[in-house]
Design a protein around this ligand. Structure first.
Ligand SMILES: C[S@@+](CC[C@H](N)C(=O)[O-])C[C@H]1O[C@@H](n2cnc3c(N)ncnc32)[C@H](O)[C@@H]1O
Length: 253
C-alpha cells in the first residue's frame, strides 16, 4: 500500500462495469471491474450502480513514472528494444473537470465550436499552489484522460470527414492513450478552481495537466492542415462513433 493511503471498502460495487462509474479521481491498478476492498489513492467520487463513494487518501506528490509493462517483457528475447516497446507510464491525476457535457453524443467537437459552454477545472489540494500566476492568461491548454472513449483504432472516420483517416492525423478521442487536449478560455481563478469557457470536455474527465496558451509559441495560423484543408463536413457536434465499444484498458476508469 502506498505510504499514507487508506483502504476503503467499496460495498456492493462488484461487477459494476467501468462505464457505469464516473469521476474516479485517481486509482492504482484498477481493473475493468471494481471489486470490493480495493485500495484507492487520491481524492474523488466513485459512483455507479447505486453506490456513491467519496474518498480522499494518500495523495502522492511525486511525478508519474515509466516502467516495463510486466516481468514477461523484461525476459523477452527483444531485450532493450522490447522493454521500451512494452513500457507503460503512470500518470498522476491532478484534478477533475466539471462540465455541463454529460455524454459524448452532441458534445462540441472542439472548443472553437463550444462558445459559452462554461465549466470548472478543479485541481486537487497538493497541486493548487501551481496555479499561481495563471490568472494573467486568457486561454489555457487542458490535458485530460478521455475516460469514456472506446478502444483505439488506427483508422477512423473523423468527425470532419466521410473518409477513413489514420488515427494520428485526427483528433478522435479513441486512441492508445486517450489524452484530450483542449484550449479553453480562462474566466477566473477561484482558489483551486478555474472557471473556464468553450469546453468540449465531458463531465468528470480526469485532469492530467494545465499549461498556459501562449500565442507566440502555440499559434501558426498559416500552417497547412492536411485533409482538414479540403472543404470539410461542417459537423460541429460529436456523435457516438468513438464511444460505442468498451473503453480501452488503462490506469483510469
Ligand atoms: C474530437 S474530440 C477533441 C478533444 C480535444 N479538443 C482534442 O483535440 O484532443 C472532442 C470530443 O471528445 C469527446 N470527449 C470529451 N471528453 C471526453 C472523455 N472524457 N471521454 C470520452 N470522450 C470525450 C466529446 O464527445 C467531444 O465531442
Amino acid at each position: 500500500m502506498a505510504a499514507g493511503s487508506t483502504t476503503i471498502t467499496v460495498v456492493a460495487a462488484n461487477a459494476v462495469h467501468r462505464r457505469d462509474l464516473v469521476g474516479l479521481a485517481h486509482c492504482t491498478g484498477f481493473p475493468a471491474m471494481v471489486r470490493p476492498d480495493r485500495e484507492l489513492t487520491g481524492r474523488g467520487i466513485l459512483c455507479g450502480a447505486g453506490v456513491r463513494l467519496e474518498f480522499e487518501c494518500g495523495l502522492q506528490k511525486e511525478a508519474g513514472s515509466c516502467r516495463p509493462a510486466s516481468d514477461t517483457s523484461r525476459r523477452s528475447p527483444g531485450g532493450e528494444a522490447s522493454r521500451r516497446k512494452h513500457m507503460t507510464c503512470e500518470l498522476r491525476v491532478i484534478g477533475t473537470i466539471r462540465s455541463p457535457l454529460i455524454e459524448p453524443a452532441g458534445a462540441p467537437i472542439q472548443p472553437v465550436y463550444a462558445e459559452g459552454l462554461v465549466g470548472t477545472v478543479e485541481v486537487f489540494e497538493p497541486y493548487a499552489e501551481g496555479l499561481a500566476d495563471l490568472a494573467g492568461f486568457e486561454r489555457i491548454w487542458v490535458l485530460y484522460w478521455c475516460h469514456l472513449a472506446s478502444a483505439p483504432s488506427m483508422r477512423v472516420i473523423p468527425y470532419r470527414d466521410n473518409l477513413e483517416r489514420g488515427l494520428f492525423a485526427t483528433r478522435a478521442p479513441a486512441r492508445p492513450n486517450p489524452i484530450g487536449l483542449s484550449c479553453v478560455r480562462l474566466l477566473a481563478v477561484e482558489g483551486r478552481r478555474l472557471r473556464v469557457a468553450d469546453l468540449d470536455i465531458l463531465d468528470h474527465s480526469p485532469l492530467l495537466d494545465i499549461k498556459p496558451y501562449v500565442p507566440e509559441f502555440d499559434s501558426f495560423p498559416e500552417s497547412r492542415a492536411g485533409w482538414l484543408s479540403r472543404p470539410a463536413v461542417q459537423r460541429k457536434r460529436a456523435d457516438d462513433r468513438f464511444h460505442d465499444r468498451p473503453p480501452p484498458s488503462g490506469n483510469c476508469i
